[in-house]
Write a protein that binds this ligand. Structure first.
Ligand SMILES: [Zn+2]
Length: 297
């Protein structure tokens, strides 16, 4: 795999291009070259990380959250401190614990195999944790953690106040906001996205899309709108009533299950369930037994 050059965001902050253009099961990493050399997230792929390790004496590693596409390569820096969110400290770097957290019992083994094979994940316990009272100082550069649950319960973004940079990780301004775990939450995701937009950043750097510097307010609005578009799509399927399994067949969120099918089906069903709950609360649908039905007005 070729090693793409670092992309400068400022004099001290660089984007490390992830494999597969940073798309899942990879993500872009951030490298800070200041008084400290710090790597944020290690899901960019093993080859880029090997190169980085050769070229730079990394002082420590920070993870934005515990998803393996952001933390799979922590083991390559096991001689340095590894900082993770306090909400994820117990499960971080522990494949069995993560599998219990991120999928159901039946899929846990398959998920572990997928993560090991596609992301080269190896167990590696973190050494330190942080929260939203932490301030990371790397020299001239500082990162303020912003707690942004919804995607996972342990997701943080980082704000760099001097240049108004937002590192938004999986609030990634793509067309695919993701909230497929039991611990994920649509209301929290919306709140977190609002909080980020409210910062009025000049530049947003995300894990799966990279650098966005234009129309940021509109980008957030578009990202935000995807929730209501998905809800509408689900609602449109409920004219004659459907149960969850039937809804999953239509894949209103993923569209299709092109890899790790049973795991994606599970995440699809988790996301659909969250939308159904919202639709039920707002009185747009009702549940009869296992069947969800659109209310007619
Ligand atoms: Zn994630």
């Amino acid at each position: 795999m070729e090693y793409k050059k670092l992309e400068a965001i400022t004099d001290h902050i660089f984007l490390v291009q992830g494999k597969n253009n940073g798309r899942f099961p990879y993500s872009h990493s951030i490298l800070i070259l200041d008084e400290d050399i710090v790597l944020v997230d290690t899901g960019c792929g093993i080859e880029p990380l090997k190169k980085l390790r050769k070229e730079y004496d990394v002082s420590y590693v920070i993870n934005s959250h515990t998803h393996p596409d952001h933390s799979a390569g922590n083991w390559m820096f096991k001689d340095t401190p590894i900082y993770v969110p306090e909400e994820g400290f117990e499960t971080s770097g522990d494949l069995v614990a993560l599998s219990r957290r991120f999928v159901n019992k039946e899929l846990a083994q398959e998920w572990r195999k997928f993560v090991k094979e596609t992301m080269n994940f190896k167990n590696c316990k973190p050494t330190n944790c942080y929260n939203d009272r932490t301030m990371f100082k790397f020299g001239k550069t500082t990162f303020k953690p912003i707690y942004t649950p919804g995607h996972t319960k342990d997701h943080y973004c980082f704000y760099e106040p001097r240049e108004k940079l937002l590192f938004s990780f999986d609030y990634d301004l793509t067309s695919f906001p993701w909230y497929g775990h039991r611990e994920s939450s649509i209301p929290e995701f919306r709140e977190s996205a609002k909080k980020l937009k409210f910062l009025s950043p000049k530049i947003v750097v995300s894990s799966h899309r990279g650098v966005s510097a234009e129309d940021i307010d509109a980008e957030f609005d578009r990202f935000y709108k995807i929730f209501s578009e998905r809800a509408e799509r689900i609602l449109s399927l409920l004219g004659n009533g459907k149960n969850i399994d039937q809804l999953v067949e239509y894949a209103p969120i993923y569209g299709k299950f092109s890899y790790a099918e049973s795991i994606l089906r599970y995440w699809e069903s988790e996301m659909i369930k969250k939308h159904l709950k919202e639709l039920e609360t707002s009185g747009k649908i009702e549940k009869r037994g296992k069947v969800y039905m659109r209310k007619s007005f």
